[in-house]
Design a protein around this ligand. Structure first.
Ligand SMILES: *[C@@H]1O[C@H](CO)[C@@H](O)[C@H](O)[C@H]1NC(C)=O
Ligand SMILES: *[C@@H]1O[C@H](CO)[C@@H](O)[C@H](O)[C@H]1NC(C)=O
Length: 213
């Protein structure tokens, strides 16, 4: 049989151990709960502050003369267009850091480039800015030229001619005072015209696709 004081020391030690163990468990669970709450708050913040990309829609587009029209007095095709650019974010501004430029393609063949479409600017939350563009006759769009003949053939066989307008600009998001990195953004807009050169209605419903490089 153990001496009495040994036994009491043994019990005191045991009580201490279970006390530390319990304290540790309480602290651990408090710590884990705090960690979980912080994660949930961060997730909600991220959801509400996450930048949405700008949205481009082509709202007007015309080709003059249209591929089915006779042209005695014009040597090359003029294109005019209007694109809306919307910042859909409620709290995030977008900087367009360089001048926006555009290029036209017909069946992946580059027809030419537009002049500067927009100067660098800051677009506030929920703002919609309208881009007016004109693309007056490039050599590649000479009436009677290669592309013109292709357009005429397409208009005759399909009743429509499709182009692609590509817009390129460098953007940066601003969330309160924090700025994101710069991204080079490309908007690809498919636009179709009827044989008379007027925009097809189905084009208006299309949102331009975006990619970053
Ligand atoms: C070409 O001629 C048509 C018909 O005469 C006229 O309506 C049009 O404005 C002329 N276009 C140009 C660019 O002179
Ligand atoms: C959108 O932003 C542009 C550029 O800052 C500004 O000129 C235009 O007035 C704004 N549009 C609206 C509807 O606030």
């Amino acid at each position: 049989m153990r001496p009495r004081h040994d036994r009491s020391r043994y019990f005191a030690q045991k009580v201490e151990e279970t006390l530390t163990g319990r304290m540790c468990r309480v602290f651990c669970s408090i710590f884990l709960s705090l960690l979980l709450i912080a994660a949930v708050i961060l997730f909600i913040l991220w959801l509400s502050l996450r930048p949405h990309r700008p949205r481009f829609h082509v709202t007007a587009f015309s080709v003059s003369p249209g591929p089915s029209q006779e042209t005695a007095n014009q040597s090359s095709v003029d294109i005019t267009f209007e694109v809306t650019l919307r910042n859909p974010n409620a709290n995030i501004g977008i900087f367009y850091e360089d001048a926006m430029r555009g290029s036209f393609f017909h069946r992946d063949r580059r027809i030419g480039d537009t002049a500067e479409l927009l100067p660098p600017f800051y677009q506030g939350p929920k703002n919609t800015t309208i881009i007016h563009g004109a693309f007056p006759g490039s050599p590649a769009l000479a009436v009677g030229g290669d592309v013109w003949q292709q357009m005429k053939a397409e208009a005759a066989s399909h009743g429509q001619v499709w182009f692609r307008l590509e817009l390129v600009v460098t953007i940066r998001f601003r969330v309160s005072t924090w700025d994101t990195h710069r991204h080079s953004m490309h908007a690809d807009c498919d636009v179709g015209v009827a044989p008379d050169g007027s925009m097809l209605d189905e084009t208006k419903a299309r949102r331009c696709s975006l990619y970053f490089s």
